[in-house]
Structure formats: C-alpha cells, structure tokens
Design a binder for this molecule. Structure first.
Ligand code: AMP
Ligand code: MG
Length: 521
C-alpha cells in the first residue's frame, strides 16, 4: 500500500494535553489529547470513495488492501500517523454547554499529498476519548451510512463539506436507544473515515475564550490563519488585530456561501450547534439531518428539536448568524474592539442576502436578479407551500420550454386534492414568470440547461437513506455503492437511476429514519 507522507501540523505546532488515556476529564490549555483508536474484532470494508482516495494518491488496490482496512477500522496506525482528539466547547440549542470535544472522533494526522495539499484523516466511531463524557465513543451502521453517503452527495452537489473516504463495519454490537424512548437495541458498529483540510470548529475557539485561556486562543487563531487562510497574512501583518478581524470576516463569508447552498438543495442540518460549525465553512457532523421532500420551510428532521424547531430549514441563515455572534465573542479578546466584528456580522447579512437572491434567480433560470424579482420569489413560496409540493421535482419541471399547471404535475403529492383557486394561483404565477423570462437574453434551451446545473435531479432523500440502511443491516451493501455512484452526477438525468428521483412514497411519510431522526447515533 502506498504510504503518504504525514505532516502533523496540528499536534506539532499547538499545545497538547500532557495526560494520555481515555479517562474523562476537563482538558485545560490544550487543543487536543493524544489517544489511540480502540481495536475492533472483525472489521469489514463496506465501501470507499475512489475520489477521496485519490486525494491520498491511493488506487483501488490500496483501498482493497488489508492495511487500508486495518487503518480505517482503527486497528493499525500507518507510519507517520499520530492520533488525537480535539478539545472544543459549544452552544447546544442556544445554551453554553462547556467542554464537548471529539467524543467519538479520532484524528489520524495530516497527509501531505503529491499536490502539496494537507488532508486530515479522522475516524468517527473509533472508541472512547477523554471527551466521550458519558457515552461510548462508538457509531452505528445506520448513522455511518448516512454520514458516508451524504458527505459525498453534498460534495458532488457543489456544497462545501467534509468528505468521507471509507465505511467499515467493526464486528462489534453497539447499544442504542434510537428514539430515546427507553427501548435500546443492539446495532452493528461502524466507522467512517472523514477527510477535510481541517476539522476545527467555532467551538475550538470558544472553549479557550470561555476559560480565559487567551494565549492558547491566540495560538489556535494564528495557526488557523497561517495554514488555512494564508492569503490574510499577505494582506495584513501576521498576528495583528486587523488579521484577526479579516479572518472573522472570511469565516462569515464562507458560512454564508455554505448556507445558501444548503437552501438551494433543500438540506436541513438538524443540529447547528456551534460545535458543529466548521471554521472553513464546511458542512460538518452529519447527524439527524434531512432533505426537504415537500417544500416546508418549518420542517426539521430532528425529533430532539421537535418542540422548538430551532434548526428548521428556514431558520438556518439566522442560526448561522447567531453562531457567528458566538464566534465573534470568542475572538473579541484578540481584537478588543467590537466594531470590526459587528461590521463583519453585518457583512454576513448583506452577503447572505445577495447570494441568496442570486441563487433563487439561478434556480429560476434568471441570469441576473432584479429588485422586482423579490415578489416573484415570495409568491412562488406561497405556491410551493399552499399544497404539498416536492421541491426538487418542481424546480426540475420548471426547466421546460412549455410551462403549464399540467407540466408541473409530477411535483405534487396529491394533485387530486387541488381546488380551482390553487390551480388559478399557479396559472397566475406561471404567467408572471413567463413574462419575466421574456426579458431574458438567453435562448430558452440554454436557460433550461443552466437551471439543471443548479437544481439537482437527485438528492439524498431521507427514505433512500433508510432503504440503503435497511439493506445494509441485512448484509446487502449494494445500494450503498449504487447511491455512491448515482450521487457522483446529481445534476444529470441518468435514466437508469430514474427511480431514485421519485418523490417520497407514502410509507415513508412518518417512518422512523425517513422523517424522524434523533441525535442518538
Ligand atoms: P453531536 O451532537 O453528534 O455533534 O455531538 C455532541 C457531542 O457529543 C460531541 O462532543 C460528540 O463528540 C459527543 N458524542 C456524540 N455521540 C457520542 C458517542 N457515541 N460517544 C461519545 N461522544 C459522543
Ligand atoms: Mg458534533
């Protein structure tokens, strides 16, 4: 097996916990604790992503080797790897929760590939760490399939995200109370190897600020800028207040872009706690996330959040802003001036608005947003919410040169229930939309092609995830690999996979895993 060079900057340049072992503890003045993955009894490779393997210059023969399986199951560290868990805190559902940390994530180090890029490998579900609190550090097949496939689907949809290299089962049985209803069951244990340039979160900065460990806060911030935002050090004096302000502004911009992409494809993260916000603006920590089937801005897949619906689809931009406020508070001790932070937060709002308008315009095939389009968008929202409408199918159906109520039929869940008033409202909206399209300089066919590049044909529908999981639990992994293949080209028609573009079947409407998920993973 080809062994990449490891250049472990995070552990080499940042302060670590002097204590080793998995004893649960509060870890002060440190960015990480060294910890080894637990050994597992009967690891088995279920799937790997060849595109992610390519980042490490690994061929199929590498990924199919025993050494790869040993490494991705936590049974062996490759030469040069150094395993550790990160210390971070976070606001969970709006409340400061103190130290959280990688409770079941173990980083293996930073591989330096032939292109000179650093990629961190991280096992999720590889056993206890000092941050596991009362839990076991493990992950089950159900949640691992969801993380593995969704990471890769998001990547190919063009949404910034952490990646997934491999999915293995461990041979261990793991006890989970899936719905927190007092009925725990054994489930197959699994491990996903995640990959990103960095897994640093808002919470890594927050934990130092909350403990007034300002020297470490500065070290972590300087490290992040040096390695992940080096352009800022070209424009600003390194380690200056202006470089910290510029850094925060970049995080605001990256976060805005990520949320716009979530809204574009109908993704609901489900647990936007500050410990689940990547400093690089990547979608991170795939837990009880979901995808809108019928367009419902008030929907959240997370039953743990069913009461408040804090993290529902329509709230995601506001929550991102709230989370950025918390990051601003954490960085304040380095800047000691609220003004640039407030300006960056205002910048987030204007950036979000601008990008979101451009995104909506693109979804409708308008080459440029005009102020008057705002009412076209809001009236469309009324049409989409008046009856159950499949968001994904609707936008694909809209990319047509012949639009009518009939041409959109495939997007509706119960067309037989539509009254004349609704049909009339669709007609009125389509007439306005057609009028607006007359101002478009592009030929219709070109516009439709452009629409199909921002409106996916295939999303990782909740019921498809559940079907893949049910099959995998029964020992059949074929659907995982089929979906992995499908999501490589989510904007293409791929006629052979047409059945994966269908709207949610009735049986999935209230089934656990399809519309209801919890944080128990
Ligand atoms: P999450 O809501 O999944 O982002 O997790 C919140 C915190 O709980 C993080 O510190 C996780 O590492 C930790 N955590 C979640 N599940 C487990 C588990 N099974 N074992 C140990 N820690 C966990
Ligand atoms: Mg998390």
């Amino acid at each position: 097996m080809h062994l990449p060079e490891f250049d472990n900057r995070f552990t080499r340049e940042l302060p670590g916990d002097p204590v080793t072992g998995t004893q649960r503890r509060q870890v002060h003045n440190a960015c990480y604790s060294l910890v080894d993955p637990s050994k597992v009894s009967a690891p088995s490779l279920i799937s790997y992503s060849s595109e992610v393997a390519d980042l490490f210059d690994w061929q199929d023969s590498d990924c199919e080797s025993q050494k790869f399986l040993n490494a991705m199951s936590g049974n062996e560290l490759l030469e040069g790897m150094q395993s550790y868990s990160m210390c971070y805190g976070g606001h969970q559902f709006g409340n400061w929760a103190g130290q959280l940390g990688d409770g079941r994530a173990i980083n293996l180090g930073e591989a330096l590939n032939s292109k000179g890029e650093h990629w961190v490998l991280q096992l999720k579900g590889a056993g206890e760490t000092p941050y596991s609190r009362t839990a076991d550090g493990l992950a089950v097949l159900r949640s691992s399939v969801r993380e593995y496939l969704c990471s890769e689907a998001m990547y190919h949809l063009g949404v910034p995200t952490t990646r997934a290299l491999s999915l293995v089962t461990t041979g261990e049985q793991v006890m989970r109370d899936m719905l927190y209803d007092g009925r725990p069951e054994y489930e197959p244990g699994a491990i996903v190897c995640r990959v990103a340039p960095s897994f640093i979160r808002f919470g890594n900065f927050q934990i130092f600020a909350s403990r007034k460990e300002y020297a470490e806060l500065k070290q972590l911030t300087d490290f992040t800028i040096r390695h992940h935002f080096p352009e800022l050090n070209d424009e600003h004096t390194p380690a200056s207040k202006s470089s910290y302000s510029a850094f925060f502004q970049r995080v605001c911009e990256l976060t805005a872009t990520m949320i716009v992409d979530w809204m574009r494809v109908g993704f609901v993260h489900g647990v936007m706690n500050t410990d689940n916000m990547s400093i690089l603006g990547l979608t991170i920590d795939y837990g009880p996330y979901g995808w809108l089937d019928n367009y419902d801005p008030e929907w959240t897949p997370n039953t743990t959040d069913a009461g408040q619906k804090r993290y529902r689809y329509s709230q995601q931009p506001n929550i991102a802003l709230w989370n950025l406020y918390q990051l601003a508070n954490a960085l304040y001790p380095l800047i000691e001036d609220a003004k640039p932070l407030e300006e960056a937060l205002a910048h987030f709002q204007s950036q979000y608005q601008q990008q979101s308008q451009a995104m909506m315009a693109a979804k409708l095939g308008l080459s440029k947003f005009q102020d008057s389009d705002q009412t076209l968008f809001s009236d469309l929202e009324s049409v989409l919410t008046a009856v159950e409408t499949d968001m994904t199918i609707f936008y694909r159906a809209l990319a047509s040169e012949q639009l009518s109520y009939e041409s959109l039929k495939s997007a509706w869940y119960e067309p037989e229930s539509h009254n004349d008033e609704f049909k009339q409202s669709v007609k009125v909206w389509l007439e306005r939309y057609s009028k607006r399209l007359e101002q478009e300089p592009r030929p219709a066919a070109e516009r439709c092609n452009a629409m199909n590049l921002v409106n996916p044909k295939y999303i990782f529908r909740n019921y498809l995830a559940q079907q893949a999981i049910d099959k995998a639990t029964a020992g059949d992994h074929s659907m995982i690999n089929e979906l992995l293949e499908l999501y490589r080209r989510p904007y293409e028609e791929q006629a052979e996979f047409g059945h994966y573009a269908e709207k949610r079947p009735d049986w999935a409407k209230s089934k656990v895993g399809c519309s209801m998920l919890s944080c128990s993973s």
